[in-house]
Structures are given as C-alpha cells and as structure tokens.
Ligand binder design. Sequence first.
Ligand code: GLP
Length: 259
Amino acid sequence: MEILIERDAEAVARSAAGVVIDQLGANPRTVLGLATGSSPLGLYQELAAAVRDGRASLAGCRGFLLDEYVGLPAGHPERYRTVIQRELVDQVDLDPDRVQGPDGLADDLDEAAARYEAAIREAGGVDLQVLGVGANGHIAFNEPGSSLASRTRPAVLTQRTREANARFFEDEIDAVPRRCLTQGIGTILEARHLLMVVAGEHKAEAVAQFVEGPVSARCPASALQLHPRVTVCLDEAAASRLELGDYYREVRAAGPAAD
Ligand code: GLP
C-alpha cells in the first residue's frame, strides 16, 4: 500500500484529488468508482475546482457507485445516486447518464445486483475506485463478517452504521434504511487502483486495523492488503494509531523509486 499521511483533511482532499487528476490525464475515458459519505467530499470539491480551472475533465468518464440504500424513493436527498449527483456530477463535466448505482428500488434485488455487476464488466471494469472506511472497518456497505470474496448483493446495515449515518437523516435513526445493495469486497478488489480517503481521530482504530492488522472479515477494509495497487490518503489524526507511521513517511520522502 502507498500510505500518504497529510497534515489535515484539506491536505488529504488535495492529495487524493491529485491521484484522480493524474488518472484522468493518463486516461480521459477512465471508469471511476464513486463513494458517498463525508470522506470524499473534499476530494470532489477539489475535482470541481480542477474542472473549473481547466486542469481536469471528466467528460469522457463513466461512474459507478459503490452502494445504495434499499427503498429510498428516487428524489430522496440521501439516496446515494442523488447525493453523488449533488456533490460531484452537478459540479463537474461528467454526463449524468454515464453514472449509475445499484437499483435500490428494484423488486428483485438479487437480479438488480447481478445486473450491476454485468454493467461494471461491460464498461471494462473500474479503473480508479474511491473508497471511505467506516469506523467499524466497513467498505461500501460490507459490514464486518462479509466474505472477502463477496459480490454485489443485498445486505443488512449494522446498528452502528445506521447510528453513524443518522446524521444525514436529521438524527432520526428510524429514517435510516436497514438494507442496502452493495458492491462486494471481491467486486471492489477487481478495480485496477483503489484510493482510500480517511480523516479524523474517530477513524484511527479502523485505519490501524485495515493497514496493519490481520486480513480478516472482522475488518472488511483489511482486504485492501490483498490488492496490488492501493493509495491511502489520510490525515495525522487518522494515522495516529499506526505502528509503522514513521516508515511510511520515510518511504514517501525517499520518492517513488524507493518502493
Ligand atoms: C458509509 C458508506 C461508505 C462510506 C462509509 C464511511 O456508510 N456506505 O461507502 O465509505 O460509510 O462514511 P463517512 O465517509 O461518512 O465516514
């Protein structure tokens, strides 16, 4: 893993945006994997600024969301497809028709999951997947206990995740859906490059577990250790429980050839 420890959340956003902008420069037809939640918001704002300044373009890109709540109606402000529209698509030059998420309103959720996997495959797979991590180590909505080989599927949210996400639902836990459709861990690992964005002391334990702990379903994000190309952008607070933090800084200071 490439571990980039930055001073604060703003620096994390700039650093992560740099990774995305480099990718767009290398391949203007990049297939982007898009995460929701608060972690990537700064990155999306940096990308929007880059598009406004002519430093980047997403006009040739496609986007696939990581996950979606089950049952939130089309116009609901917290439906992930709506969130990504508001926070990213409306701010950049990405064609909304080229952005899709799992269909959380489908009658047959298993069939919708299979269709979503097929759509990602038909697009040629995800080139760069943006990720956040839950305080309990979840990625997308793969909660602890999820198979490391899992595929896109309906899943059940933990109480802890619903409590964490209640802040988006006016703190009404009952308004947070109990079920979701999520890309599986096996699906996520097929993306060519994974970009994890993390900030804050409340994520420090999850970071220590997924970067340096055992690879285990207990911490779904630890599956990233099995991927050959992962960049983790994190701030000092999120990095505070890493045992090898000094080494990651030395590697970075030594430059790219040192890896
Ligand atoms: C949410 C999302 C994940 C996200 C994670 C962390 O529930 N389903 O995709 O990465 O939890 O969220 P946040 O970035 O808001 O801390």
